[in-house]
Structure formats: structure tokens, C-alpha cells
Design a protein around this ligand. Structure first.
Ligand SMILES: [Zn+2]
Ligand SMILES: [Zn+2]
Length: 161
């Protein structure tokens, strides 16, 4: 899912922002992957470089980085909150079976807002769109499951490199 708004990142307005070493490492780690990691996963990644970093620090820094528009906080219903190092406007598709999240390489449909403008008394400033489905692995696993009933398909975890 993505929230397309006309809002600019707050970075220039946030005078309190300082790039600490911990923040830098978290930012570098999230930019390295395209898996849309959770805070817990980012903690594991950051810990390889900063063994003394705490989970709380990772959470706090992710909040600050997302407030400043340097990472994107994804609000995918039900699942654990995920983060995205890609701050460009883009849509996500979400696997309903394993929770994997991928980017959908299409332009944000800004036209949708023009379409809805006038349908209510509101001034439309953004929209949310979440695509749901089965990822390639789950699609395969499901097929195998239907072919050979009784055999459980391996649940592949969404691990990051
Ligand atoms: Zn899946
Ligand atoms: Zn993304």
C-alpha cells in the first residue's frame, strides 16, 4: 500500500534532525534491501554492524527517519509495520499467505484523485491503494498442495540477504 500525498518531506523544517552513527547505519541497511523489512528485521541487520544497538533505538530512529521523509513507513493492515528505504511514490503488493511485500512498478495513479475530486465536498489530498495476492513462492506452494493433497507445502520465510 502507498499513501500518495502532495506533502513534501519535513526534513528542511525539522531543525532537530541530526544524523547520528546509529541513524546512518539503519538508513544504509534499509536502503540496501528491497524486502520492506520490519523494525525487528532492521534491528537484526543493524546489529551486525553495531552490536550494542537496542531494539528501542531502532524503533525510535525509524520513527524519526520516516517523519523526516528519509524512509517510508508502510501501513499494511494486520501485518507488522514495515519500512521502505525507497521514498519515491510507489505501490506495494502484499502476499496474503507469507506477508512478503514487493514494489509494483507502475506510476502512481494521480488521475484517481482528479476522478474523485468533486464526488464529495472534500478537497482530495491523497489516496491509499493496497494490492493483495500470492507471491511467486506461495503460488507455487499452493499449486503443489492442490496436486498432492496431504503433503504440506514448505512455508518459505521472507528472509533478507
Ligand atoms: Zn507469499
Ligand atoms: Zn516499496
Amino acid at each position: 500500500m502507498v499513501t500518495i500525498t502532495n506533502k513534501e518531506p519535513l526534513l528542511s523544517h525539522n531543525r532537530k534532525f541530526r544524523m547520528t552513527r546509529q541513524r546512518q547505519v539503519i538508513l544504509e541497511e534499509i536502503k540496501k534491501v528491497r524486502t520492506h523489512p520490519t523494525a525487528d528485521q532492521l534491528y537484526e541487520m543493524a546489529r551486525r554492524r553495531l552490536p550494542h544497538i537496542s531494539l528501542g533505538t531502532v524503533y525510535r530512529n525509524l520513527e524519526i527517519l520516516s517523519e523526516c521523509g528519509m524512509v517510508q513507513k508502510l501501513d499494511l493492515g494486520g501485518a507488522q509495520r514495515r519500512f521502505d528505504g525507497n521514498t519515491k511514490k510507489h505501490y506495494h503488493v502484499h502476499c496474503t499467505r507469507c506477508g512478503r511485500v514487493d514494489d509494483v512498478p507502475i506510476e502512481a495513479v494521480v488521475k484517481i484523485q482528479t476522478t474523485f475530486q468533486g464526488a464529495s465536498n472534500y478537497k482530495i489530498t491523497g489516496h491509499k491503494l493496497e494490492l493483495l495476492g500470492l507471491c511467486p513462492q506461495c503460488k507455487k506452494a499452493k499449486k503443489a498442495l492442490t496436486k498432492r493433497p496431504g503433503r504440506r507445502a514448505g512455508r518459505k520465510s521472507n528472509s533478507h540477504p
